[in-house]
Design a protein around this ligand. Structure first.
Ligand code: SF4
Length: 402
């Protein structure tokens, strides 16, 4: 189904608006990756950039017709490897975004990059086209772990890239690391953390490895080449990370994210506050105008869809594959699960009651009382927050609101 009747619940209609733009190209597929990315379609990058700009224009025109246009607070190029895109293609897309929606004066404009895909000229070019925040997939500082993950860079390249990033004028960037790797000791994890902290990053994201179906890593697990990660060790690694990053002045503001004050990722904050965001590009997800939707995954199908002139309704471009109207139960569940991820803000109980016309306790009954009694949630100043224990067991907490 491409879309349904107008939704009954449009709680996020008036919230700030952000846009996610997916770039589905990589040079090589990492061993753990199940993202929507392709290693043999690099020759499509330029036409894909043009199609993405067309999709922006299409959604912008639908927004105009639906009286839903407002300047974008954040723009995020994710992937895949967006830093493989030619600068003029990024410029074409950003020009379409500015023409159609406008950007807020202090908009955050981010781009994900792999450390071995950028040089000083490219980084300076990114600044010129308007990118003001970068996010680098570092993943580890150890050669053996980077080899296991089948990443193409080494840590010396990361050090050089961070130097060039600063020289190009970026003072806002993130470094990603992965923990919970097969065979990764606590000491090895500490080495990666300390190596990354020595680069003094304003933002760090830490992800626990999940071995996804269909990846090389899952095959290695099945044939005994690697051992399954130890969840208790992963919990110790998470705790150690919190101590080291905190001691380094980085505040733990979301389950997987730490930042210096004022350097929190505003685009991801929009997700966690359950605000509206448009998702454009092959395989992107969006949530706006009372719909949740997903764009078709395959880049060639995406290009074909955008060449067709199909009738659509905001925010669904001709390339949207699936969509559904968000009903009240889903909107409540999304609000709780996303906002609880924010460790300082948590869930605003008054705003919840105002939006849904009933309190959280009315909506979820004993669930909230139980989680408070078990010490996984705490209430403070009309806000509900995860406790220390709740952070470790966050999936168990969220499951109870689904
Ligand atoms: S760089 Fe990222 S998106 Fe590309 S293959 Fe590796 S993990 Fe997947």
């Amino acid at each position: 189904m491409r879309w349904q009747a107008m939704p009954a619940i449009i709680g996020i209609m008036d919230s700030p608006l952000s846009i996610y733009l997916h770039i589905p190209f990589c040079r090589h597929r990492c061993a753990y990756c199940d993202f929507n990315t392709y290693t043999s379609l690099g020759e499509l990058r330029e036409v894909y950039g043009e199609a993405l700009a067309r999709e922006v224009t299409q959604v912008g025109q639908l927004a105009e017709a639906a009286d839903s246009k407002r300047p974008l607070q954040t723009i995020f190029f994710g992937g895949g490897t967006p830093s493989l895109m030619p600068l003029h293609s990024l410029d074409t897309v950003l020009t379409a975004v500015a023409d159609q929606f406008g950007t807020a004066p202090n908009a955050e404009i981010s781009l994900e990059a792999n450390p071995d895909t950028v040089d000083l000229a490219y980084l300076q070019g990114l600044r010129q086209v308007g990118i003001n925040r970068l996010s680098f997939g570092v993943q580890s500082a150890l050669a053996s772990e980077l080899a296991l993950l089948e990443r193409e860079h080494d840590f010396a390249t990361v050090i050089e890239t961070v130097t060039l990033t600063r020289r190009a004028g970026f003072d806002n960037f993130n470094l990603d690391l992965i923990y919970g790797l097969p065979g990764q000791s606590l000491a090895a994890w500490e080495k990666s953390l300390r190596a990354v902290l020595a680069l003094d990053p304003p933002h760090v994201s830490l992800y626990c490895l999940t071995i996804e179906p269909g990846t090389p890593m899952q095959r290695w697990l099945q044939n005994g080449r690697i051992q399954p990660p130890d969840p208790d060790l992963a919990a110790d690694q998470y705790q150690l990370a919190g101590e080291l990053l905190g001691a380094h002045g980085l505040s733990h503001y979301e389950i997987s994210n730490w930042a210096r004050p004022g350097r929190e990722c505003r685009h991801n904050l929009a997700y966690w506050r359950n605000e509206a965001y448009l998702g454009l590009g092959a395989g992107a997800h969006g949530q706006a105008g009372g719909y949740r939707y997903e764009v078709v995954k395959q880049p060639r199908v995406y290009l074909r869809r955008l060449a067709e002139a199909l009738p659509t309704v905001f925010p669904l471009s001709a390339a949207v594959a699936h969509s559904h109207a968000v009903d009240e139960a889903e909107a409540m569940s999304d609000t709780v699960i996303t906002q609880l991820r924010l460790l300082h803000e948590g869930l605003d109980l008054r705003a919840f009651a105002q939006q849904f016309g009933r309190s959280l306790t009315d909506a979820y009954g004993e669930t909230v009382t139980n989680l408070l009694t078990w010490g996984l949630l705490r209430q403070e100043n009309e806000r509900l927050l995860l406790t220390e224990n709740g952070r470790f067991l966050s999936n168990q907490v969220f499951y109870r609101f689904m």
